[in-house]
Design a protein around this ligand. Structure first.
Ligand SMILES: Cc1cc2nc3c(=O)[nH]c(=O)nc-3n(C[C@H](O)[C@H](O)[C@H](O)COP(=O)(O)OP(=O)(O)OC[C@H]3O[C@@H](n4cnc5c(N)ncnc54)[C@H](O)[C@@H]3O)c2cc1C
Ligand SMILES: NC(=O)c1ccc[n+]([C@@H]2O[C@H](COP(=O)([O-])OP(=O)(O)OC[C@H]3O[C@@H](n4cnc5c(N)ncnc54)[C@H](O)[C@@H]3O)[C@@H](O)[C@H]2O)c1
Length: 411
């Protein structure tokens, strides 16, 4: 290892901060620079739509490290700094002020940005997105000041902010283009559980609708006009219609970019000295046998360990089972595995779906591709073992909560 070689990380959020931590944990004592265009030191985003938005978590609890950690570990943290260019042949990056920073190895953890709504009125004041801590604070004050909001998109952002709005006593009209919430990820069988959950909590959910325009009154958003002519009045409009990976630097530099920065199982890009991790990385996953870009916290937490070790020349590969979780009202769940939209042929419930206390499994050809435990705890490791096993499961045993998970695989 060349201890004097500069290691540079672009993107100072969860993935970037964890990579800096791992470089030091692995014994690297050369220069480490962590550059980010936000003004806050690296923080985690999940609380922004849950505990921090609900007011049950303190601001200090969201940060990845204490303020002193970066100095103590000789990590040169440069906040409020945008990287505008990457030159792989010169081994340097360009900052917005025109200065250049050289690197021996570079890690891109530039994450993703909310997709903007493309309809008239989408830029009006009162149209709100949620990605950064300031967005969460703006939502929180909106919930205190208004009585009704429209939420566009019943994905993770839409559903979690809807639950927070209802907890604050705000009326919500939820507008989703698909026929159910989370349909692409969960399929109709399990998506139905989330539709029912929000219906029970008084949400006016409208599925299969098309947003035509954000209407205005006194220069502010006043509601949403749907393509069928219906007008939904609202004091504010929250938009969660997906994200786009921030792969522009890599793309302009000529690296392979396809649904994010394409990397191998070591998280190395098409340039041998440039790596990528977190939301921006479309990584080859040895267990799944395909490239996947995972837009979830656990991936941003764990991939950087592999990336940092690979940057240091170690023989590592990232093959963790994809994992994510949500909390909405009194529903808590964990999901492990990966299913392409429509990529399963059977869903098996273990437990009581109506009482929202169950584990659901998605299977193809008898093999468990993914499992989701809802208000059932301490089963996540067992679910991941089933996914990892890749062996046919006995469906009768899988569905029976009395049968231990170890007895479910048939071979
Ligand atoms: C509100 C919210 C709630 C969530 N809740 C959950 C949850 O409950 N469970 C779950 O599994 N996942 C959740 N997620 C997803 C999870 O937070 C993301 O997967 C994770 O934040 C990805 O981390 P990252 O470090 O890869 O990217 P990001 O968090 O997007 O960070 C990338 C950073 O790079 C910076 N950057 C980008 N380009 C440049 C540049 N050119 N120069 C300098 N800096 C740059 C960005 O400003 C940003 O600070 C949630 C996301 C949001 C927004
Ligand atoms: N618990 C979690 O894991 C969690 C929580 C919050 C955010 N996140 C992450 O944050 C990112 C952003 O979340 P998100 O909810 O914006 O994206 P998403 O991809 O989860 O959901 C977007 C939803 O918007 C719908 N949609 C798209 N265009 C629409 C339109 N014009 N009108 C109406 N509906 C439309 C889609 O059908 C989909 O249901 C994702 O990466 C997500 O994984 C994760």
């Amino acid at each position: 290892m060349n201890q004097n070689a500069a290691y540079v990380i672009v993107g100072a959020s969860l993935a970037g901060a964890k990579a800096a931590e791992e470089l030091r944990a692995a014994g690297f004592d050369g220069p480490v620079t962590l550059i980010g265009n936000e003004t806050e030191r690296p923080y985690e985003r999940p609380p922004l739509s849950k505990s921090y938005l609900l007011g049950t978590a303190e601001r200090e609890s969201i940060y990845v490290h204490s303020p002193g950690w970066y100095g103590e570990h000789e990590v040169d943290l440069r906040l409020g700094t945008t990287v505008t260019g990457l030159d792989p042949s010169a081994h340097d990056i360009t900052l917005a002020d025109g200065s250049r920073v050289g690197y021996a190895k570079l890690l891109l953890t530039t994450g993703a940005s909310p997709r903007r709504l493309q309809v008239p009125g989408a830029d009006l004041p009162g149209v709100l997105y949620l990605r950064r801590v300031a967005d969460s604070e703006q939502l929180k004050s909106t919930f205190q000041a208004t009585s009704r909001v429209a939420v566009i998109g019943a994905g993770w952002i839409g559903l979690e902010t809807t639950a927070a709005a209802r907890a604050a006593g705000v009326e919500v009209t939820l507008l989703e283009a698909a026929d159910l919430p989370l349909l692409r990820v969960l399929g109709p069988e399990v998506a139905q559980v989330f539709a029912e959950l929000h219906r029970e909590h008084g949400v006016d959910s409208r599925y299969g609708v098309q947003v035509a325009e954000i209407t205005a009154s006194n220069g502010r958003a006043s509601g949403v006009l749907l393509a069928d002519g219906t007008h939904v009045a609202a004091d504010a409009v929250i938009v969660g219609v997906g994200i786009t990976p921030n792969a522009q630097l890599a793309e302009a530099a000529g690296l392979e970019v396809r649904n994010g920065i394409v990397v191998d199982s070591q998280l190395r890009s098409s340039d041998p000295d440039v790596f990528a991790a977190g939301d921006v990385a479309n990584a080859f996953h040895p267990l799944l046998g395909t490239h996947v870009r995972v837009e979830h916290w656990a991936n941003a937490l764990n991939q950087p360990q592999t990336a940092a070790r690979a940057m240091l020349g170690q023989d590592v590969a990232y093959d963790r089972v994809p994992y994510f979780y949500t909390d909405q009202y009194d529903l808590g769940m964990e999901y492990s595995g990966y299913v392409e939209p429509g990529g399963y042929d059977q869903v098996v419930f273990r437990g009581d779906a109506e009482q929202r206390e169950f584990v659901a499994f998605w299977l193809r050809g008898g093999r468990v591709l993914a499992g989701m435990n809802v208000n059932v705890w301490d089963v996540n490791d067992a679910v991941q073992d089933l996914v990892r096993a890749g062996q046919p499961a006995d469906v009768g045993k899988l569905a029976d909560p009395a049968v231990p998970f170890e007895e479910v695989v048939t071979t």
